[in-house]
Design a protein around this ligand. Structure first.
Ligand code: ADP
Ligand code: MG
Length: 318
């Protein structure tokens, strides 16, 4: 089974990068990072029933397992280069493997990432990807570093993935929800944004647990407070169309996980430079708040009053 899968993956991956000295097939891979660059490394696991609903399409899982890792590299300002894939599978289903490989390689090709190794075992469906990327010394984006007076920004339209999950769970998802469901199934890691933020952002993180929860990490790492103006958080057309009560929409946008957008802090004078750097991309960013003194992340309404948001961000073992 293991060799079928590895073959399926290899068949679907682009010609190996020139910097892969030894790829799949030996005891370990050998890569040659560009001279002087730092290696950024991260790993993330998706477990059936915890991180995705049972029955999720194999191609979507292949995509997402890589996407969540490329999102971490993006939040670091790193350029993704290589990935490893550790898979536990309950059975040897060839069709499943081929579809998984299709989804994985579709995203890998978009970002020129080579699969250089992994491990395959039998067990409850669990997918672990390790992603490696490069960044010049001093250029990586850290969670720490936000300064009082910086703007607070988010890319894209947070809340879509959480809404999609709720629609699936309640059985209310219909054909017109396709764009929302796509946001949950196939998040686009904001790699170009992460690279564009080099030298501009004072702090960055990717939004996996919920906007307020993840901004909380920036606040504590930087020993600052963050005020978020809830009405400034951009909503997608799909979310607006649901016509939810204000409090539900805000809860989805401020605490919903799985968006894999980037949240970052930056001196406001860099806004024009960032917009110029993103001109060739479809990536948008919006200033949603300010870095302030203190240590709390507060969500504010249009009058500046503090909102208490209904649901906390996703936390494991709650
Ligand atoms: P070992 O017993 O030495 O761990 P394996 O049989 O597990 O060797 O792996 C053989 C080769 O196939 C290695 O190069 C490994 O990195 C690669 N490989 C195994 N599983 C995967 C996978 N799921 N994805 C990519 N490469 C894999
Ligand atoms: Mg092995």
């Amino acid at each position: 089974m293991e060799f079928d899968l590895i073959r399926a993956l290899q068949d679907r991956l682009p010609a190996t990068r020139h910097d892969v000295v030894v790829g799949i097939g030996d005891d370990a891979a050998l890569v040659q990072p560009a001279h002087g660059s730092q290696l950024a490394a991260c790993t993330d696991t998706l477990v059936e029933g915890v991180h995705f609903l049972p029955g999720t399409a194999a191609a979507d899982l292949g995509w997402k397992a890589l996407a969540v890792n490329l999102s971490d590299l993006a939040a670091m300002g790193a350029t993704p280069c290589w990935a490893l894939l550790a898979l536990a599978l309950p059975d040897a289903d060839r069709a499943w493997m081929a579809e998984f490989a299709d989804g994985f390689s579709a995203l890998a090709q978009q970002h020129g990432v080579s699969l250089i190794g992994g491990d395959t075992t039998r067990g409850p469906l669990t997918i672990t990807v390790t992603a490696l990327g490069t960044v010049s010394p001093g250029q990586a984006l850290r969670r720490s570093g936000a300064r009082v007076g910086d703007g607070v920004y988010v890319s894209g339209t947070p809340g879509d993935a959480a809404l999609a999950l709720r629609l699936l769970q309640s059985g209310a998802a219909g054909p017109h929800h396709a764009p929302l469901l796509e946001r949950l199934a196939r998040p686009q890691p904001r790699v170009a944004l992460g690279v564009a933020l080099r030298g501009l952002a004072s702090a960055a993180i990717d939004v996996s647990d919920g906007l307020l929860a993840d901004l909380g990490h920036i606040a504590s790492a930087g020993m600052v407070g963050i005020d978020v103006h809830a009405e400034r958080v951009p909503a997608s057309a799909g979310l607006v169309q649901e016509d939810l009560p204000e409090t539900s929409r805000q809860a989805l946008q401020l605490t919903g996980g799985d968006d894999y957008e980037l949240a970052f802090c930056m001196p406001r004078q860099h806004e024009t430079t960032l917009a110029e750097r993103l001109q060739e991309t479809s990536c948008t960013f919006t200033r949603i708040g300010d870095v302030v003194s203190g240590s709390a992340v507060r969500a504010l309404d249009g009058q500046g009053g503090q909102i208490s948001v209904a649901q906390p961000g996703w936390e494991h073992f709650r």
